[in-house]
Design a protein around this ligand. Structure first.
Ligand SMILES: NC(=O)c1ccc[n+]([C@@H]2O[C@H](COP(=O)([O-])OP(=O)(O)OC[C@H]3O[C@@H](n4cnc5c(N)ncnc54)[C@H](OP(=O)(O)O)[C@@H]3O)[C@@H](O)[C@H]2O)c1
Length: 269
């Protein structure tokens, strides 16, 4: 039984690899930059260009189960390679945005969901909301000021390890075929509170400075800024969390900050 994990350099891909290893499963890591994955040396790494049939065939050769993230590039090639290899289950990392028709982020993910669903391959789709790891984008690395346009907007951020645990559950246990799981983190927090939590975890005197939309658009995706602008500062709905899939309580943002504090301590995030 070989588990293929694509996007091995990504925060979720790496967490899925770690969770599969912790579960004692044999893993093959695939990446567009195989020399840059930094996965444990016991894990075989293969280069993957999803649009290249030979590359996709090599990545899926002998694979029983696979974790994919929603890169639209080459999805038809990946589907063909998975079918040829006789893959028994695929879990796709999509986005909760796919639940809102016409959402530009959702459309990108639906363009990957659709061919997978139509392929007939046994499939589970994970649709998480905002990742806790997005906090990396807020810190410039040059000072202790976090510049954001809507400091009081709230998020139900999810820890990448919870997405990974849900992915591993769906890949290793029966009963998840054909399911779509929306996932959030376990609490609604303002961005301001999240920065305070990061300051507590890292010991850095982080403080929030409000900037305007166009300044924020220099380093944040406009559809995300538009969602924030529309959201106001009301609490956002929480759940279902990864507990609905794994049976384990979902990790808090305080946990995420503790797990990643070393990254932020020097201001080099
Ligand atoms: N961020 C969110 O809040 C959020 C919410 C819901 C859904 N999603 C979806 O989840 C998926 C992963 O999103 P993400 O934001 O967390 O992206 P990510 O994991 O940082 O990167 C996704 C992939 O991009 C490749 N990549 C290219 N350059 C990279 C670099 N410099 N460092 C690391 N990886 C790099 C990696 O694949 P290779 O190893 O093959 O290069 C990686 O797995 C996407 O489909 C996204 O739309 C994100």
């Amino acid at each position: 039984m070989t588990y293929l994990v694509t996007g091995a350099r990504g925060q979720v891909g790496r967490a899925v690899i770690d969770a599969l290893l912790a579960a004692g499963k044999p893993v093959r890591a695939a990446s567009s930059q195989p020399e840059d994955t930094r996965v444990p040396t016991a894990v075989p790494v293969i280069g993957l260009d999803p649009a290249d049939p030979a590359s996709a065939a090599a990545a899926f050769d002998g694979v029983d189960r696979a974790f994919l993230y929603a890169s639209g590039r080459g999805i038809d090639t990946l589907v063909a390679a998975a079918k040829t290899a006789g893959v028994q289950h695929i879990t796709l990392l999509s986005s909760v945005a796919a639940e809102t028709p016409g959402n530009p982020i959702g459309d990108v993910h639906l363009a990957v969901e659709r061919p997978l669903r139509e392929s007939g391959l046994p499939l589970t789709i994970l649709r998480p909301g905002a990742f806790a790891g997005n906090a990396r984008m807020w810190l410039s690395g040059t000072d202790d000021v976090v510049r954001l346009p809507f400091p009081d907007v709230q998020q139900n951020s999810i820890h990448e390890a919870d997405i990974a645990d849900a992915a591993v559950t769906t890949l290793t246990e029966p009963g998840h075929e054909g399911k779509i799981y929306p996932l959030t983190g376990p609490e609604s927090l303002s961005l301001r509170r999240m920065v305070d939590i990061l300051a507590e975890a890292t010991g850095r005197p982080l403080r929030m400075e409000q900037i305007d939309y166009e300044q924020a658009a220099q380093f944040l995706f406009r559809p995300v800024l538009d969602m924030w602008a529309a959201a106001g500062d009301a609490p956002v709905p929480v759940g279902p969390t990864s507990e609905s899939v794994t049976g384990k309580p979902a990790r808090t943002f305080t946990q995420w900050a503790a797990d990643h504090a070393a990254e932020f301590r020097t201001g080099s995030a």
